[in-house]
Design a binder for this molecule. Sequence first.
Ligand code: DX5
Ligand code: ZN
Length: 231
Amino acid sequence: MNDDLLTTYQLAPSILSADFGRLEDQVRLVMEAGVRVIHVDVMDGHFVPNITIGPVVVKWIRDRVHESGGVLDVHLMIENPGRYVEAFAAAGADWINVHAEACTHLNAVLARIRAAGCKAGVTLNPATPLATIQEVTGDIDFALMMTVNPGFSGQEFIASVLPKIRRARMLLPDTVGLEVDGGIGPETIEAALDTGANLFVAGSAVFGSAAPGAAASVMIGAMENRKELAD
Ligand code: DX5
Ligand code: ZN
């Protein structure tokens, strides 16, 4: 697994917005544009109102993603996520992130993700205080800040979360990645980049486009500009 992907600028297209009739082809298109992180949104109809996909879909695309040097970033929007860690790891997940709101024993769930050989992430909904993860910063490989209320792609970016993301960057060690998810597109990515986050999920802005590869390239370009400015 390529550990550098956690702490460098990466676009993580969410396959939730992809055409599932030609999923492998859609993944190929974005990976050819330079994408190395594929985001998989798992929803159970309980933690969030929507129902989406499970380990079987991860298994379908894992070879395509891994052969191109990429990783599968699995976002569990489900109740009792600890119960499914091993199933997703066996299916090919590389990174697994769970919602703090869904874990009674967050520390134990994070340990279970690492024990399964995956990178562990913790996710916060827009209204959940940053302090919720204060005691687990040493137990995670990345944190994910939601900029929409989870459940659906294509929702409007909630800009009031931006100060929390900035504070998250200050709280977390440099070795821990910081991801933003929800409503990210060419118009909102600059504000998200300003926070110091390095991983950006984009669903409808990539796969809702007639040319997902080109749409991904635009946002990868925005990250490249930041990298040049920092150098
Ligand atoms: C929301 C999901 C997101 C979503 C992103 O519940 O976690 O990953 O698919 O989609 P957009 O980029 O369209 O907001
Ligand atoms: Zn997501």
